[in-house]
Design a protein around this ligand. Structure first.
Ligand SMILES: Cc1cc2nc3c(=O)[nH]c(=O)nc-3n(C[C@H](O)[C@H](O)[C@H](O)COP(=O)(O)OP(=O)(O)OC[C@H]3O[C@@H](n4cnc5c(N)ncnc54)[C@H](O)[C@@H]3O)c2cc1C
Length: 336
């Protein structure tokens, strides 16, 4: 068995001299040195391509997260570097640059809030009629940052003290000025992000701000898997002609399946193992909820109960809705 330090990076592959694609060596770096792992006949090589969390940075309650890499800049995170190297090896290995060089389109900012008192989540549950853990995402449709929050059931963490509560949120347009804090989300400290959120909820800033720690997280590649793409930009799980190499993760081609999910990565790994090992067992077919009558009935019921059909959604792309009622879609999960 080969045990490698956690900081090990795979940098490139080399191949046997053959008409097929057969990986012969994996090239690695560990801090301060380089190395090679030789691949034996019975081995298979499974590689996760790209990363949605690459180059993420954290701020604090009082400071903003550091800025995202600029347009065209390729993160030096090992994941994108490796796929960029593989893209040069074969046209069958996809095109990393299609997903890694459009940061303004793939960037969002998320944040976590840790509360030292139950007051804010109690107020929120009264306002939304959703007990913690029951409401999925709540999106503030008129927020310039397009803010959403998710309040999980408490306690969320095993070691979470009983008097501490946590929730999570994000903004899809972090480079726009906020409605209440008039600067980009990317330039905001945790306190400023919570101030903006409280503004959209029409809640007072105090006592909530003083009892909270909000940590901003900048994620330059978080929606890179949703970027427009052409045929061949995502490789097949087992590329054409491969004898021992397969790809996994969010950037491989899996017809009908939906990215930004753990399931996508798991399915890719199952396809890779079943295919390369010649197993009879195959991954389960993709579940299509929108074709399931039971799901459709539940959706219809939820929409009727929440009055969505009555027009409770509103959207104001101009962001000029400060003097109007801010519409908060209640209880309707928005699936990302
Ligand atoms: C904020 C957020 C919310 C999410 N919410 C949901 C959700 O509600 N439901 C859902 O299903 N999914 C959700 N996801 C998505 C889900 O977490 C990911 O799709 C999943 O974790 C991807 O798993 P993976 O194994 O493909 O990749 P990763 O978890 O990225 O693992 C890849 C690993 O490979 C390592 N690696 C990469 N390149 C190299 C290299 N060159 N050398 C050495 N090591 C390397 C990385 O360090 C990493 O450890 C969310 C993700 C985020 C960030």
């Amino acid at each position: 068995m080969l045990i490698l330090p956690l900081e090990t990076k795979v940098t490139s592959l080399s191949y046997a001299d053959s008409e097929h694609t057969t990986v012969e060596d994996i090239h690695i770096t560990v801090p301060g040195s380089t190395g090679t792992i030789h691949i034996h006949d019975s081995d298979v090589v499974l590689i996760t391509l790209g990363s949605m969390t690459s180059s993420s940075t954290l701020g604090t309650n009082h400071t903003a997260a550091s800025s995202a890499p600029s347009e065209g800049h390729l993160s030096n995170d090992g994941s994108w570097e490796l796929w960029a190297s593989l893209s040069n090896d074969s046209p069958n290995f996809g095109h990393a640059a299609n997903f890694s060089t459009r940061v303004p389109q793939s960037h969002w900012q998320s944040f976590t809030v840790t509360l030292k008192s139950p007051k804010l989540l109690t107020h929120l549950a009264e306002f939304t009629h959703n007990a913690a853990g029951t409401g999925a995402l709540t999106t503030f449709a008129d927020s310039n940052w397009l803010l959403s929050i998710v309040v999980p059931q408490q306690p969320h963490f095993l070691s979470q003290p009983p008097d501490v509560q946590v929730f999570w949120g994000y903004g899809l347009y972090p480079s726009r000025d906020g409605n209440f804090v008039v600067k980009p989300m990317t330039a905001c400290s945790g306190e400023e992000i919570l101030t903006e959120l409280l503004g959209h909820l029409h809640f007072p800033v105090q006592p909530y701000l003083d009892g909270a720690i909000t940590i901003p997280c900048s994620m330059p590649y978080i929606t890179s898997q949703f970027l427009t793409r052409g045929p061949g930009d995502r490789p097949q799980v087992i590329p054409h002609g491969s004898t021992n190499l397969a790809f996994m993760g969010q950037f491989v081609e899996i017809p009908q399946d939906v990215v930004f999910t753990v399931e996508y990565s798991v399915r890719g790994a199952q396809m890779a193992v079943c295919g390369l090992m010649g197993l009879e067992k195959k991954p389960r077919s993709v579940y299509k909820g929108e074709h399931d009558p039971r799901v459709l009935v539940k959706v219809l019921k939820a929409m009727m109960e929440d009055g969505v059909g009555g027009g409770s959604f509103s959207s104001d792309p101009s962001g000029d809705s400060m003097d109007q009622d801010v519409t908060v879609p209640l209880s309707l999960p928005i699936v990302i």
